[in-house]
Every structure is written in structure tokens, then in C-alpha cells.
Write a protein that binds this ligand. Structure first.
Ligand code: SF4
Length: 697
């Protein structure tokens, strides 16, 4: 059994200060009263009563006179209480906790300026009553969403909290309040001691089989600790005294944590601890005693409690059940060995607990004087023997060695023994290993049966040290293998390489091309020498062709590819394809005031000047040609360097007319040419480069 005691268990600074002030006041030789319970702990109250410090609950019951002293507890009190006490002429010993006092000052300043105050806290709690008193008439207390909803219309308010409010409650209500009112200030007045105590309680509850919360049933902060622990550890007990701790309840738990409220005395915590350890080995020199509170005894109590806490710390690393300890062999026979572990009796090590290797006689291995490590199995086997185990100690150190050696990068081979719901069972180094279904393949594997009996590689992703169970992943290995393959692929490609690729996907800006495990981007501008609006004008999903690697960025996992770079530029071939005098056909793709552009092939347009469109003189190009018309024209001039081809339709029409005209009429007929004196083609001074689309070099 391992018992953890919360570091922040027991009296907080404010409570301790109040008790000290009350005890010190005894020396004044006055009749001392506390106004209300100075602490929500009946044990402490009884001790104080023994010292002559009694409680008064109603201000009317306070006797008058200078021989009376009234202690205001750490919760504080509203101003009318101070007034009433002063009127009675009694001495007021103000033990209000400075943290609470700070809130009083804050809310009083707000009240003096007629500001509204909202207090997050328990309406009936004395600390809240005190704060509300100092906050004046414009003060409201909220502790739930309903309380917030019930608030009247408030323009702006100072918001404070009862010091023992949980952080969660503060956050919840601040959120709700922020939707209803404007904050003049949100003064987060939760006491840091309380916060730390609650945070530690969460941590301990999470790691424990059971939590015992010690403190008065009336104590607000203890009740909150109980609620917090219960949330994280269903087996949580709230006890006020040792009598409420039934040993049967704690049996069977390996890890128990003790948490205590701010009003719980250390001696009570120690008493609970000792009760839990009843059957455990307590250090022989542990002479701690239970004490009470008050006067000289108080000092003794504090000293003893302080010693106790130190001794307690030590006792965790001393001898207890399950603990590993070094001892000296004092006797060894075939059936057992006796080991001196520094305790009042030697420990007994039986043959069955001797070795993980199996049936070995202790006397065959051990010699008197040998030092060995053993685990304490039990402190009393019923006959007063301390039973030890070397086997468990060996198993533990083997396990520890294994755990220390584990790292996420390491690959373990294991055989799948069984397919179970949710995954695979295997063993790594003899330890139970679970491979969740989500960790079996790169994609979720529905049917795991094919893995049964298979040897697979895994890496360890989690270890339950208490249960000695391992969670492993086969998927992590597969991911690593993929990564390695991809890294090798990246090394394979370099700028200028020509490789075969297959179009996997088209996007508006280009095509993703699989080049053997890596997708490269074939940008739209690198697909064709022509201006295309969408990659689908040239390439389609599933198409395979050679591409050139334009750039690689292994860091960003990007590779740019080119297709047009492997193709000739259309204008490079133009001089061979288009000769002066050739008759060509094309589509009218653009009409301008001085002529019509005719696409001869993608990327190559020729111009028919307006004077070369018809045999008659035209006012407008549209009088003869329309966009999309297919026209036949004669090549008049080719200038590749300027990406310029001049065409004439008129020439063809003229040729046709000449061919069809009767020979005798030839001289007498007047042609459009004669009538309009059209300029020769060579005199055309249009700069075609200004109008032809520019193609990429
Ligand atoms: S819990 Fe904090 S505020 Fe309350 S009495 Fe203790 S120290 Fe003071």
C-alpha cells in the first residue's frame, strides 16, 4: 500500500493565524469568545473550549465589559458586528484572514462610490455574509446560473469571489455574468492556498485507487475538496474523525491519497495515516504522538506535527509492503533464506519466491553475507514473520530495465497471439501487449483475423507501468517505412530530369502528376506554349506523358514539373510550315478596325488587313467577316522574329475572278482594285506583335 498525503493538507495560513490569535488571547486574563466557530472542526473547537475559549453565535449574547475579548474568525464579519461589539465596550481581536480583508477593502471602496458589487459565493457562508456587509446595499450574491439570470438590470459591477470558490465555478459564472453586465472589475479573489489545494487534490485523485478527504462536514472548503476528488476517483471518502475510517473500506487499494481541508489539524491527518498503516511496517524509531492544541502544548503539537511530517516523508522510502530493500543473507537452506533487512526481525525468503528462473534452491546460490535486493511481501504472515520475495524484485528490475530501455523509435518484433474486440494481443519480452485496431494499418483494418499468428514489427506508444501492460503500434512502423520511401524518392529527382508521369488530379491552376509515389505540380503556365484557360484543354486525368523536373523542394515536399518545355515552340516551326504564296485556312478569332486575326493553329495567328479582305473597298471589317468564320487566305509575308504572318483573302478572290473572267473582256472590265486603287500589301505598317498574344519563351 502506498499512501500519499497532500502537501497542502491541513491548516491554511488564515486558519492557523486565527487559532494562534485566539490561543494567545488566553494570556490576557479575559473571558474569550469567538464570534461563530473559529474553524469548522469539532476536534479543534473542543480543544479550544478546554482552554477557556468559547463560542458566541449571536451578537446579542455578547456580554458587555472590558474584561471580555471577542475573536473575529478568519472568515471575517460585516461592519455592523464590529459596531455592535464596540458599543458593548469589549476588546475585538480581529483574526480576519488578510486575504478576506483585502476583499472587504475592495468592496467597501466600491460601495463608497455607489458601485454595485456581485459576489460569487455561497449565500449563507459567513465569509460571504461578511463581504456582503462591507459591499453595502448594492450587493448581490450568485452561486448558480439561475442566480445570474435573476439579477436585476445592472449597468456595471465589481465582481469578487468567496476565497474558497473553485476556479471552475468562477470561470463558469464570470462567463455568464459577462453576457449580462459590464464589469467595472472582475477581482479574482480565490485564495491561492485554496486553488493549490484543489489542484493538488485533482492530481492525487487521478492517480489513486482511493482518496480519503479529512475535514469538518460543515467546512465549505473540505466539501469542495470532496466533490473534486469524487469527480476523478469514485472511491472517495469524506471523514471528520478517525472513527469514520473503516479499515475494510481501504483494504484492497494499492494507492490511497489523504487530502484534508484548511481546517483539519495535522494530528488528525497523522492519526488517519497511522490507522491506514496499521498492518504496515512503521519505522521502529517512529515515536510520534498524537497531540492537541493550546498553550505550551500547542508549541509541542506544532513541533511534533512538523517532525511528524518530516518522518512521514522518510517513511515513504522506508520499509513497507511492496517496497524494494537491500538485505544481508544470514542463513540459506534448500527451502528458504533469512535476510537481515535492518528490521526488528529478519525477513524470510522462501524457495517459491526465490527466482524468476524457476525451481532453484536458495542455498545453491546464496552465501551468508551476500547482499541481495528483495521485495517486502507482507509485514506479518500471521506468525510474526516478514515475508520477502527475490523473484518479484527480479521481475521488477527486469521490468524497470525494459521500461528504461523503451524509446518510441525502437522497433520490436512480436507475434500476434489473439485477435480481440478492438485490436490484437501479443507479447513483447513476455509482457502483455495490446495493438489497438486503429494502430494496425495505415488505414483502419475492419477484419483483423489475417493478423492472427503473424510476426509483425511494432513500436511502443504507451506503457501502463502499474499493470505492466504495453500498448504498441504497427501503424507507426508502416508510417515510418512510407516516410523512408518518400525520402528516398525525393533524393531520386533533380532539376532537369525527364520522367514519366500520370495525371492524378486537375485543378484550375494546374495538374497533379504522379511521378512514382510523389505528386508533382504541373502548373497551367507550364502545360502549353499557348495561352490556355484550364489544364483540361490539354491534359486529362489518367493521361501519361513525359514531364521535366523544373524544381524540387524536399523540405516543403514540393516538386514542379513542366510539359511545354519538352515541346517545340509553335513560332520556331512557322518558317518551315508557312511559306509566302501558300494558301492556308483558319478561323477568325479577333476583329480590329484595321483587319481580322485568323488562327492558323494554336499559338499562331495571321492578320488579314482590311484592304486584303475583299476585292472591293470595305468601310468595316464586319461588312465581310464575322468572328468564327473559317477563311482561306494566301500567305503574303512571314516574320517569325516578330511572330507575324500577313495574309490576303483578296488575292485569292482576285485569282478566282481572273480565272473565271472571259479572256476578251479582260481589258475592258473594271475591277474593285482599279476602282479603289487599293494600297499594295507591302505598304501595310501594322505592328503585329502589339496585337498577337505573347507566348512564353
Ligand atoms: S483559505 Fe485562504 S482565505 Fe481562507 S482563511 Fe485560509 S488562507 Fe485565508
Amino acid at each position: 500500500l502506498t499512501i500519499h498525503i497532500a502537501k497542502h493538507a491541513g491548516f491554511c495560513f488564515g486558519v492557523k493565524n486565527a487559532i494562534d490569535m485566539a490561543l494567545n488571547s488566553v494570556a490576557k486574563n479575559k473571558r474569550i469568545f469567538t464570534y461563530g466557530n473559529i474553524i469548522h472542526n469539532p476536534h479543534v473547537i473542543r480543544d479550544l473550549e478546554k482552554k477557556g475559549i468559547n463560542i458566541i453565535f449571536n451578537i446579542e449574547d455578547v456580554p458587555s465589559g472590558t474584561d471580555i475579548a471577542i475573536v473575529i474568525r478568519s472568515h471575517g464579519a460585516p461592519p455592523e458586528v464590529y459596531d455592535a461589539l464596540n458599543n458593548r465596550g469589549v476588546e475585538v481581536i480581529d483574526a480576519t484572514c488578510p486575504y478576506v480583508k483585502r476583499i472587504h477593502t475592495k468592496v467597501k471602496a466600491a460601495a463608497d462610490e455607489n458601485k454595485t458589487v456581485v459576489i460569487i459565493g455561497e449565500k449563507e457562508h459567513p465569509e460571504v455574509t461578511g463581504i456582503k456587509g462591507w459591499a453595502g446595499v448594492n450587493a448581490y450574491v450568485v452561486y448558480s446560473a439561475d442566480d445570474v439570470l435573476a439579477l436585476p438590470d445592472i449597468k456595471s459591477a465589481l465582481v469578487v469571489a468567496q476565497t474558497t470558490t473553485t476556479k471552475q465555478k468562477w470561470d463558469e459564472l464570470i462567463l455568464l455574468l459577462s453576457q449580462k453586465i459590464e464589469f467595472a472589475e472582475a477581482f479574482m479573489s480565490i485564495c491561492s492556498t485554496t486553488e493549490e489545494r484543489q489542484e493538488e487534490a485533482v492530481e492525487l485523485a487521478k492517480m489513486s485507487d482511493m482518496v480519503v478527504v479529512i475535514g469538518g462536514k460543515e467546512s465549505s472548503n473540505t466539501r469542495k475538496l470532496f466533490d473534486i476528488c469524487k469527480k476523478h476517483c469514485t472511491s472517495t471518502l469524506h471523514i471528520e474523525n478517525i472513527e469514520e475510517l473503516a479499515i475494510e473500506k481501504i483494504k484492497g487499494n494499492d494507492i490511497i491519497s489523504i487530502v484534508a481541508g484548511a481546517s483539519t489539524p495535522d494530528w488528525l491527518i497523522r492519526e488517519v495515516y497511522l490507522r491506514m498503516s496499521e498492518n504496515e511496517m512503521i519505522p521502529a524509531d517512529n515515536n510520534l504522538e498524537q497531540s492537541n492544541i493550546g498553550g505550551e502544548e500547542t508549541n509541542a503539537v506544532e513541533a511534533a506535527n512538523s517532525d511528524f511530517m518530516k518522518e512521514l516523508e522518510k517513511s515513504f522510502v522506508k520499509i513497507r509492503r511492496g517496497q524494494l530493500i537491500n538485505g544481508i543473507v544470514v542463513q540459506a537452506t534448500e527451502d528458504e533464506a533469512y535476510i537481515n533487512i535492518g528490521y526488528k526481525t529478519d525477513g524470510m525468503l522462501t524457495k517459491s519466491e526465490f527466482s524468476i528462473e524457476g525451481n532453484i534452491n536458495p542455498s545453491d546460490v546464496l552465501h551468508i553475507g551476500d547482499e541481495i535486493e528483495v521485495e517486502v511481501l507482507t509485514l506479518n504472515d500471521g506468525q510474526g514473520n516478514v515475508l520477502l520475495s527475490k523473484k518479484r524484485s527480479e521481475a521488477k528490475s527486469k521490468w524497470n530495465d525494459f521500461v528504461n530501455d523503451v524509446d518510441n523509435e525502437k522497433v520490436y518484433s512480436c507475434k500476434v497471439n489473439k485477435v480481440v474486440k478492438g485490436g490484437l494481443l501479443a507479447k513483447i519480452n513476455g509482457y502483455d501487449t495490446f495493438i489497438p485496431a486503429s494502430q494496425v494499418g495505415l488505414r483502419y483494418v475492419e477484419d483483423l483475423t489475417s493478423f492472427e499468428g503473424k510476426e509483425i514489427n511494432v513500436s511502443i506508444i504507451d506503457i501502463d507501468k502499474r499493470q505492466k501492460r504495453i500498448v504498441a503500434s504497427h501503424k507507426a512502423i508502416l508510417i515510418n517505412e512510407e516516410k523512408q520511401k518518400t525520402a528516398e524518392l525525393w533524393e531520386k529527382f533533380s532539376k532537369g530530369d525527364i520522367i514519366k508521369g500520370t495525371v492524378k488530379r486537375l485543378a484550375d491552376f494546374g495538374a497533379f502528376v504522379d511521378i512514382g509515389g510523389i505528386d508533382g505540380l504541373l502548373h497551367i503556365r507550364d502545360i502549353s506554349w499557348n495561352n490556355i484557360k484550364h489544364p483540361s484543354e490539354v491534359v486529362h486525368e489518367g493521361d501519361s506523358f513525359d514531364v521535366i523536373v523544373l524544381n524540387t523542394d524536399p523540405e516543403k515536399k514540393r516538386i514542379s514539373l513542366g510539359l511545354k518545355q519538352l515541346l517545340p515552340k509553335p513560332w520556331d516551326l512557322a518558317p518551315e510550315k508557312y511559306l509566302v504564296g501558300d494558301i492556308v485556312e483558319g478561323k477568325v478569332v479577333r476583329i480590329v478596325p484595321f483587319g481580322a486575326f485568323v488562327e492558323l493553329e494554336p499559338g499562331i495567328d495571321g492578320l488579314i488587313h482590311v484592304s486584303q479582305i475583299a476585292t472591293r473597298r470595305l468601310e468595316r471589317v464586319e461588312d465581310e467577316l464575322r468572328l468564327g468564320d473559317i477563311v482561306t487566305a494566301k500567305v503574303m509575308e512571314v516574320v517569325p522574329s516578330k511572330r507575324k504572318i500577313s495574309l490576303s483573302r483578296r488575292e485569292i478572290l482576285m485569282d478566282e475572278q481572273r480565272a473565271s473572267a472571259p479572256k476578251s473582256d479582260e481589258k475592258s472590265r473594271e475591277t474593285d482594285d482599279d476602282r479603289y486603287e487599293l494600297p499594295p500589301v507591302q505598304e501595310t505598317t501594322v505592328t503585329l506583335g502589339d496585337f498577337f498574344p505573347k507566348s512564353d519563351e
